[in-house]
Design a protein around this ligand. Sequence first.
Ligand code: PLP
Length: 412
Amino acid sequence: MSNSTTTAIDIKKIRAQFPVLNQEVNGKPLIYFDNAATSQTAKSVVDALIKFYEKDHANIHRGIHTLAERSTKGFEETRERVHQFINSEEADEIIFTKGTTESINLVAQSWGSKFLKKGDEILISQLEHHSNIVPWQLAAERTGAIIKVIPINEKGEILLDAYKKLLNRKTKLVAVNYVSNSLGTINPVKEIIELAIAQGAITMIDAAQAAPHIKIDVQDLNCDFLALSSHKMYGPTGVGVLYGRRDLLEVIPPYQGGGEMIKDVSFNGTTFNDIPYKFEAGTPNIGEVIAFKFAMDFIDEIGHENIQAYEHELLEYANSKLKSIPGFTPIGTADKKTSVISFLIRNVHPYDLGQLLDAKGIAVRTGHHCTQPLMDFLEIDGTVRASFAVYSTKEEIDVFCESLQKIVARFN
Ligand code: PLP
């Protein structure tokens, strides 16, 4: 059997946390390789959600009754947990949002409206997800700032020398992803941040694709802002995090107005709450935030190092098998990658491939993966993307490769 691994992963124990994987799709055992879009939710997370809705459901921060105290405690415990998980200096630097998209929009609107002016430059890379492009385009339209794009090479790696040349005193912000969702490239964010700081620029790291795979330490990275999404980390949907440095969060204006984010409201004016509440208007996804804590526990129990080593083994294994498929072209061959394989196959449209794989119970992603400028650079419309998680196995990769072989034989 090909499922032997050399890493410290108890795959049986891990898969027991994901009953969803234990089903047939189109008459075949489900193989879920769409983890870069969203990962499956750990059972401990689902249990926490059920417990919240069955026993503890109450609004947070406002009530003095027992259920309100319970839900507030659970909610704030997750804030503490995120603070540990990404090693922020304080828990107050953790803001809950709907997801990475909202976190970036918050910075683009709040920080952008305070600090960007005409002629200022925002640097983003060719690798960005639309959520790290469009909010900056909107901010640029509002303020007259200019967006400049850090180029990449054919392998899908950021060109650091070109980046250094783009940096100058007009650069006010550098916003890049830690890991590319389309190609899996792990970007040298620490170096990117260091260079940005040397020019006095603020940094925003989109860590949506990094958080499930790589240990994040915001103090070590020395970034100003960082965003992530729970649903890519075995947690619930509708929960994201924005980390921001206290001194910046304190001076930028609120993102949305409403309940929770105020100290005093009168018709003559409003004073705003302290951070992080200043940025958390309205009732959040309370149960989902509470349950997110269990997703971080799940990741930490296995350990990022073990996750990375195991997923790297899967990546290498898949790469070595896929090479022999006629007409197979990998898209994105960076030296440092997470377990994402984007590819094309001669004479088969990605969309057809996605459908034919689904007929065999295999879930992959097809299309531009919300990175149209990257696809334009690569001169393609899209790719097929298989992305592995810590519960993926070599056996599944075997079935995936055999299925691809059969499909390819029909088309070539
Ligand atoms: N950034 C990257 C790199 C992503 O992969 C994604 C989602 O695929 C996002 C941002 C947006 O995340 P969300 O949809 O959770 O807001």
